[in-house]
Design a protein around this ligand. Structure first.
Ligand code: ATP
Ligand code: MG
Length: 409
């Protein structure tokens, strides 16, 4: 038995309460999907899914009676999200489903299915097991054996399953990378042949799944698999180089969204991450990191140039820190000393308007409002950085006056 009741009750009182109550009602409620897989692996599940033969209406009825907070998610799919004792869980009705041309939703869903039918619509054998309240494992497709052998294998014909929903191509890669598993031969073979079907998916869903892969500790394994299988080409474009040096960078960087996307921009070019579903701020920052990491570090000069496109000092310092981490991952051995140099310069010299000992209204009282304000500030910053102007109010005021009379360019 893989579920120790007492421990489970302590760790997950809300889920325990629901499951135990359904058990009292003699409803055959079982734990399904990822939680069963994770428990068998000895890992703590991140989320819990229960399934039972109760209809969505019956479930809702019970939830009301018990005062469990219930939200129907896509009620057409018969899934209810319950929040009980601050824990949420999904509870679904056993169902069969069939796919038409739209991979984003089944063409038909039928309740009144058996548990085995419900398990058979799931993607991989390791995700197609159920656990009863009494600790019995229901495993019609050999999921436990595949877990032991560390294999990702589709339930049923891979071609059919990938054609139904091509997101499973990416899910196969994600689970292989997440668990450190191998994709079983026939399944992998079919991933290669079905790769083009990725194009039937909405871009946003692809992006979301790719991001999940990028954030894994073994992201580089995932990216290599995307390359080797041919799926990557349909995501990032024709020039995918397959397994390559650059994917190894992922492992040397923290699992921070912008850093991981920066690796892709660095490895495949900035066009590769212009993806629908990836927010523009992340795109811009990732491209910044990737591009700057190629530039030579030249102290004050570099800081002066780079900081000019930032309005906020904190924001710049954050991006600079990402830059150092990226450079370190690229093998720059002098990062520690350069970082210290940058820190010192940022503390000593002004790179931002807020670093200057003159207020904005003092400047505008001399030059007025308009694009000349930014220009004079750039002039002041440069002057102080190069030791030609002193950073005190009086000198700066004189310098503004001088610029306004003599330069104005
Ligand atoms: P994770 O730990 O990443 O959440 P998970 O196995 O819980 O893994 P979910 O995406 O939460 O994955 O889905 C829950 C379960 O629903 C899966 O274990 C699988 O049985 C089933 N499932 C999810 N997506 C699909 C799909 N596209 N095709 C078939 N079955 C799916
Ligand atoms: Mg899950």
């Amino acid at each position: 038995m893989i579920l120790e009741k007492e421990k489970f009750q302590k760790e997950h009182p809300g889920i325990y309460e629901v499951w135990e109550y359904l058990e009292q009602l003699k409803v055959d409620a079982v734990l399904v999907g990822g939680a069963v897989r994770d428990l068998l692996l000895g890992a703590s599940p991140t989320d819990f899914d229960l399934a039972s033969s109760l209809t969505p209406e019956e479930l809702l009825e019970i939830a009301k009676k018990k005062n469990w907070q219930a939200n129907a998610v896509g009620s057409a799919f018969g899934v209810l999200v319950l929040t009980v004792q601050n824990e949420s869980l999904e509870i679904a009705t056993f169902r069969k489903e069939g796919y038409g041309s739209d991979p984003h939703r089944p063409a038909w869903v039928e309740y009144g299915a058996s548990l085995e039918e419900d398990l058979s619509r799931r993607d991989f054998t390791i995700n197609g097991m159920a656990l009863t309240w009494n600790g019995e494992l229901i495993d019609p497709f050999g999921g436990k054996k595949d877990l032991e052998n560390k294999l990702i294998r589709t339930i049923g014909e891979p071609l059919l399953r990938f054609t139904e929903d091509p997101l499973r191509l990416l899910r196969a890669v994600r689970f292989a990378a997440k668990l450190g598993f191998v994709i079983e031969d026939q399944t992998l073979n079919e991933i290669g042949k079905s790769a083009y079907q990725i194009e039937r998916l909405a871009q946003e869903r692809i992006t979301q799944e790719v991001e999940l892969i990028l954030l894994l500790p073994r992201a580089s394994q995932g990216l290599d698999l995307l390359g080797i299988s041919g799926v990557g080409r349909y995501i990032f474009g024709e020039h995918w180089p397959g397994r390559n040096q650059w994917t190894g960078l992922l492992a040397r960087l923290l699992a921070i969204k912008v850093l991981r996307w920066a690796v892709v921009a660095w490895g495949l070019g900035k066009q590769a991450i212009r993806m629908k579903g990836l927010d523009l701020v992340t795109q811009k920052q990732a491209i910044w990191i990737a591009e700057k990491s190629e530039e030579e570090w030249q102290g004050t000069e570099t800081l002066s140039q780079w900081s000019a496109s930032f309005a906020d000092k904190k924001e710049f310092e954050k991006m600079l820190e990402y830059f150092w981490q990226f450079r370190e991952a690229l093998g720059d051995k002098a990062v520690a000393s350069k970082r210290a140099e940058a820190r010192k310069l940022l503390d000593q010299l002004p790179f931002f308007r807020s670093d200057l000992a003159i207020r904005g209204d003092e400047i505008t009282s001399i030059v007025g409002q308009g694009p000349q304000v930014a220009k004079v500030i750039a002039y002041l910053l440069k002057g102080v950085q190069q030791n030609q102007i002193k950073n005190d109010e009086k000198t700066l005021e004189e310098a503004v006056n001088f610029w306004w009379k003599e330069k104005r360019v």
